[in-house]
Write a new protein. Structure first.
Length: 396
């Protein structure tokens, strides 16, 4: 479905792109000190002059062995089953001499999903040359040829830690732009960070949330750009913020994120199937926070950012003319950046998905915006900017 984007939208889009935006956390390099700390822990396995460490915050591995020829084998397993399989990995490899290393990741009956990235101390992460990555036809493993280095991170997505995720919002709290009002705690007592913008006279609140599913990175990238535009210095953004409250949740599943989970929270539950049942502290606390916000004024839109194999937006079943979510859909699906995005208007009440719960609870056009795992960053940023612009224009 393609809808036209108003010509004026292009003008304001270009105006926003001219504003320098801070680098996304994923572009930051991990310091040599970080690598030193990561390799100071006991290795998961060692042999043939090589050691494998689970040093990264978002990583877990079930088993590890190193052959006499230095070939490294690591078994990657999910937190529990059944699960929607998204094998996540993050290993720090250290070697006595800077030799090339062959690593095979074994996924059991799950399939390879994330193309590997690598980082060396002090350098930004880069995606490995596809020539160095071999996936067998059954996809139950991947074999990766790593270039020589004494220490190297091998990771499923660009490296990103909890602190990186919250940093842009913490900076806005320090600058007095946002209020931090945590919804509560996860099972492991990690804070459920909520950032609020509350003007004196708000028409209502826009709820923006991401990282219910720990490995997803491209959706959170769209979230980062989307919130950055709404909170930015443009005239449209300042006018928008004078009349609209924002509730921003950058890390809805902090335990799963920190522990390298594929999908679930520490209770072994998919949080995006728990809106309604509310069996988990994370969804219970965030649901209560959104409901409390609704008592102050109407919830105008709920946007939940995810990642999957391709770009798809799950939207309300019936477009309603004045709906803020529809205005964003028009911008996302318009002929922008060569967009090829599927719109899915299925609505399954009671399925525990945030989008369905929000629609039934507040009658708003809630969106689940899924960004493809490998969608180009520039395109994702274009779409997120256009959607934020459309939201601000429609909310006038
Ligand atoms: Zn997801």
């Amino acid at each position: 479905m393609n809808m036209p984007v108003a010509a004026a939208g292009w003008v304001s889009l270009l105006a926003v792109l001219a504003v320098p935006l801070p680098a996304l956390a994923a572009e930051a390099a991990l310091s040599p000190a970080w690598f030193t700390a990561a390799t100071a822990s006991a290795p998961l396995c060692a042999g043939s002059g090589r050691r494998v460490h689970i040093g990264f915050e978002r990583a877990a591995a079930a088993a590890c062995r190193i052959d006499a020829d230095g070939h490294v084998h690591v078994t990657i397993a999910p937190e529990n089953r059944p699960i929607n399989p998204s094998p996540w990995y993050g290993l720090v490899l250290a070697s006595d001499a800077p030799a090339s290393t062959i690593v095979t990741l074994h996924y059991g009956d799950s399939r390879h999903r994330y193309a590997p990235w690598t980082a060396e101390p002090g350098a930004p992460a880069v995606r490995l040359d596809p020539q160095a990555v071999t996936v067998p036809t059954d996809q139950h493993s991947v074999t990766i040829r790593l270039p020589p280095a004494r220490t190297r991170l091998l990771i499923a997505q660009p490296p990103e830690r909890s602190d990186d995720v919250l940093a842009p919002f913490e900076a806005r709290v320090r600058a007095g732009q946002l209020i931090r009002a945590d919804a509560g705690h996860s099972i492991a007592r990690r804070p459920l960070a909520v950032y609020l913008h509350r003007p004196a006279k708000a028409r209502g609140t826009i709820v923006i949330i991401t990282r219910q599913h720990p490995p997803e990175t491209s959706g959170p990238q769209a979230f980062a750009r989307f919130t950055d535009v709404l909170l930015g210095p443009s005239r449209a953004a300042r006018a928008f913020r004078r009349r609209h409250a924002l509730m921003i949740v950058p890390l809805a599943n902090p335990d799963g994120f920190a522990m390298g989970h594929w999908r679930h929270n520490l209770g072994g539950v998919d949080l995006n199937r728990d809106w309604g049942p509310f069996t988990q502290p994370e969804t219970r606390a965030l649901g209560a926070a959104i409901t409390a916000e609704a008592a102050r004024g109407p919830i105008l839109a709920v946007i939940d950012f995810h990642s999957t194999f391709r770009d798809v937006v799950y939207a309300p079943p019936q477009p309603t003319g004045a709906d803020l979510g529809e205005a964003m859909l028009q911008a996302i699906t318009g002929d922008l950046a060569g967009a090829d995005i599927r719109i899915d208007r299925a609505h399954n009440p009671g399925n525990g998905v945030l989008k369905s719960w929000a629609r039934d609870q507040f009658g708003v056009g809630a969106l689940t915006w899924e960004v493809g795992d490998d969608s180009p960053t520039t395109r994702t940023n274009h779409l997120a900017t256009a959607a934020a612009q459309a939201l601000m224009a429609a909310a006038r």
